[in-house]
Write a protein that binds this ligand. Structure first.
Ligand SMILES: Cc1ncc(COP(=O)(O)O)c(C=O)c1O
Length: 433
């Protein structure tokens, strides 16, 4: 980074400080991960200089041989990895991709069935301030008191509102979904099944979790920077070899890819960021290796250990465990809300993130859950025994909260934080020496 240090010492020192922080901190935040050096190199390649509107083989600007190569490779690799018939690799982020999908599949005021925001869902699908909420009619389903999906409610809402799209997958849901049931309900009302699997797609691609396409879903979206550890971006994938051609000829499944491509460009976006698409292509190549498959397996195994160890120490987990890489601790029954828990863990250099629980008694900025996810630390190759150590750190720090004496609590937290720093030294962040 000699060039940056010469021209802009302030930015240079901020970059170094962030590198240092990332290598010293334990990263357990839901949506963060580490990119590989190869992916970082590709992202800062000279493709950043090129404008490439439209798609491979059909561009508006001249001299596109090299951009066509990288985008076509990204498309082909994504299709292969995710078993889809079509891939659009141009969407700028998860939120942008979701808007493109809605505008491709629906007309204004059409209805979409989705999981209530207060029950696990992500803000970018619907919240009163979003653009989506002004255009489409959202009807919401919820989970039951045992946290399972209420399919009876979905079925009756589907019959009543005849949605164009039924949406599955939720931001913080630690259990597997019954995709076949979603697809059956959608088939009955001629709706399209769409899964926003921003958080779990890597485990689907590695065949460790079920693939919604195998159960009749037609469209999926994933962000690329969470379990996938790629640049911040999104992929939209669709499959049309399914038994649910939509009612009207102009709505046939075969048209979905074209409608999605058009909705992305020129519908919502201008020229794609070719340097990021280049990095996505490299990341997809990395993802086809056995090492990446081993990473998926290890992450899921670490999450199981995390859940079991926390339970053994009497923590209450939402859904009492996990089928994927997410473990969600419910503090609603204790005096300790997530904010105090998050603050305490911050003080020992462990980063975590908050989450609301269904029908949370606390407000959204002070919710009752703490999400702890294992994908980033597994990129640093922590194993099961290391995960047990992580739980020890968390537990010791949380228990300090009950110290009656602030000075002794501070001393204890300081001691644990130096142990966490020592621990992190054994697990380097890719590309940071
Ligand atoms: C399920 C889900 N969809 C969409 C998004 C939005 O993605 P982005 O932040 O890339 O816009 C997120 C972000 O965390 C998410 O969890």
């Amino acid at each position: 980074m000699n060039h940056i240090s010469d021209i802009d010492p302030q930015i240079y020192s901020a970059i170094l400080a962030e590198q240092k922080r990332q290598s010293q901190w334990m990263e357990l935040i839901a949506s963060e991960n580490y990119q590989s050096p190869a992916v970082l190199e590709a992202q800062s390649s000279h493709f950043a200089n090129k404008y490439s509107e439209w798609f491979p083989g059909k561009r508006y600007y001249g001299w596109q041989e090299n951009t066509d190569i990288i985008e076509q490779l990204a498309i082909d690799r994504a299709k292969l990895l995710f078993k889809s018939d079509h891939a659009n690799v141009q969407a700028l982020s998860g939120a942008a991709a979701n808007l493109c999908i809605y505008s491709a599949l629906m007309n204004p005021w059409d209805t979409i069935l989705w999981m209530d925001l207060s029950h696990w869902w992500h803000l970018t699908h619907w919240a009163p301030v979003t653009f989506f909420s002004k255009i489409f009619n959202f009807q919401r389903y919820k989970t039951k008191s045992d946290w399972s999906i209420d399919f009876d409610q979905i079925r009756s809402l589907a019959k009543e509102y005849k949605p164009k799209v039924i949406l599955a997958w939720f931001s913080a849901y630690p259990r597997e979904l019954d995709y076949a049931k979603f697809a059956e309900i959608a088939n009955d009302v001629w709706a399209i099944c769409f899964a926003d699997i921003a958080h779990i797609w890597w485990f689907i691609a590695a065949w460790e979790l079920n693939n919604p396409f195998d159960y009749g879903f037609q469209v999926m979206m994933t962000t690329t920077h969470k379990s996938l550890r790629w640049p911040r971006w999104a992929l939209i994938l669709s499959k049309w070899n399914v038994s649910n051609p939509l009612k009207k000829p102009e709505d046939t499944i075969e048209n979905i890819p074209t409608r999605i491509d058009r909705a992305v460009f020129p519908g919502m976006q201008g020229g794609p960021h070719m340097n990021t698409i280049c990095a996505i292509a490299v990341a997809l190549q990395e993802a086809s290796t056995n090492e990446f498959k081993a990473y998926a397996k290890q992450t899921l195994s670490n999450a199981q250990v995390l859940a079991e160890e926390l339970k053994a120490k009497d923590y209450k987990l939402v859904t009492n465990g996990t089928d994927n890489h997410m473990v969600v601790i419910d503090f609603s029954w204790t005096g300790l809300d997530w904010r105090i828990a998050e603050e305490i863990l911050d003080r020992i250099w462990i980063s975590t993130s908050k989450s609301t629980i269904p029908d949370d008694p606390n407000p959204p900025f002070k919710p009752s859950w703490l999400r702890i996810w294992m994908q980033a630390m597994t990129t640093r190759w922590v194993k099961e025994s290391d995960t047990k150590q992580i739980v020890q750190f968390i537990d010791q720090a949380i228990k300090c909260h009950s110290e009656w004496n602030e000075e002794s609590m501070n001393l204890k937290l300081e001691k644990i934080s130096s142990q966490v720093k020592e621990f992190c030294k054994s697990f380097p962040v890719p590309g940071i020496v």
